[in-house]
Design a protein around this ligand. Structure first.
Ligand SMILES: [Fe+2]
Ligand SMILES: [Fe+2]
Length: 278
């Protein structure tokens, strides 16, 4: 448990573990464990979406990281139709793998979903014309609905969202403009605004920008490993988000005991201001 008046949340995504990655990021994971109270990994945990790759990552995480870990899968984790195996392997290693779920750690609420593509603002793809286009758009809508239902379950004053795809354009800037629509969707922004999350972390845009804000000023961090390495070359490649440590109350203890996850299958520093009361 954190001992100070802040909870230090580390985040890094797009670790892309491959068949030869054993040990590759263990020094980074060790630094994270020494400096943070919880680790977020929002997607692209593996390179080709293979269970074998997930096993190597799970082994490195288990060896180096003794703090709670919360993750969502990314598009790469779906490449080989082994996404459920990947989720199971990481869950067995103690990782909270969220897919429209929420979990409470150190009194902070975390909601996670992969998200999807479709573009931003006025350029957002609409459900018109061919059936294939409508299905594509529906996938983005479904992911936004999953995010909404996950956030709705959280009663914590401080709520953090994990996405793989970006909910805003600002944090994909740096990528070629031609591919912006494949890097995220504005449809993900509305639930973040409605539920007044304290901060958002995402990945996927490896050449994007490290920081942005939603239209209502919610901080959004692109924590893709390549982005962090490029933006902060003199620092270890993870972001730390500091949030005020919630007081432990009888109500929060009850939530920890009974409401941790609604769909459990089994029983450079950034400071986020005090979140509004829920
Ligand atoms: Fe990636
Ligand atoms: Fe990705």
């Amino acid at each position: 448990m954190p001992t100070s008046d802040t909870v230090r949340i580390a985040a890094v995504s797009d670790v892309h573990y491959g068949k030869h990655s054993q040990g590759a990021l263990q020094p980074l994971f060790t630094q994270i464990a020494e400096r943070a109270d919880v680790l977020l990994i929002p997607g692209d945990l593996t390179d080709y979406g293979l269970a074998e790759e997930a096993r190597l990552l799970a082994r490195d995480l288990t060896a180096a990281v003794k703090i709670p870990i919360v993750a969502v899968l990314g598009n790469h984790d779906y490449e080989s139709d082994q996404s459920q195996d990947i989720a199971d392997i990481l869950t067995d290693a103690g990782v909270h793998v969220l897919d429209g779920d929420a979990v409470e750690v150190h009194g902070i609420g975390f909601a996670g979903v992969k998200g999807f593509a479709g573009g931003f603002g006025r350029g957002t793809l609409g459900p018109w014309g061919e059936r294939a286009i409508k299905q594509f758009v529906q996938e983005a809508v479904n992911e936004a609905l999953k995010l909404e239902s996950a956030l709705a379950r959280l009663k914590n004053a401080t709520r953090i969202a994990l996405l793989h795809y970006s909910p805003i354009r600002a944090t994909v800037e740096g990528e070629p403009a031609e591919i912006f629509p494949w890097l995220g969707s504005s449809r993900l922004e509305e639930p973040l605004t409605r539920f007044q999350v304290s901060a958002v972390v995402h990945g996927h845009a490896h050449k994007g920008s490290p920081e942005g804000k939603t239209a209502t000023g919610i901080p959004v961090y692109n924590v893709s490993l390549p982005v962090l390495r490029a933006a902060y070359p003199d620092q270890p490649a993870f972001r730390i988000i500091e949030v005020p440590r919630p007081a432990i109350t009888a109500e929060s203890e009850d939530r920890r005991a009974f409401g941790r996850r609604a769909t459990d299958r089994e029983p450079p520093a950034s400071r986020v201001a005090d979140a509004p009361a829920s």
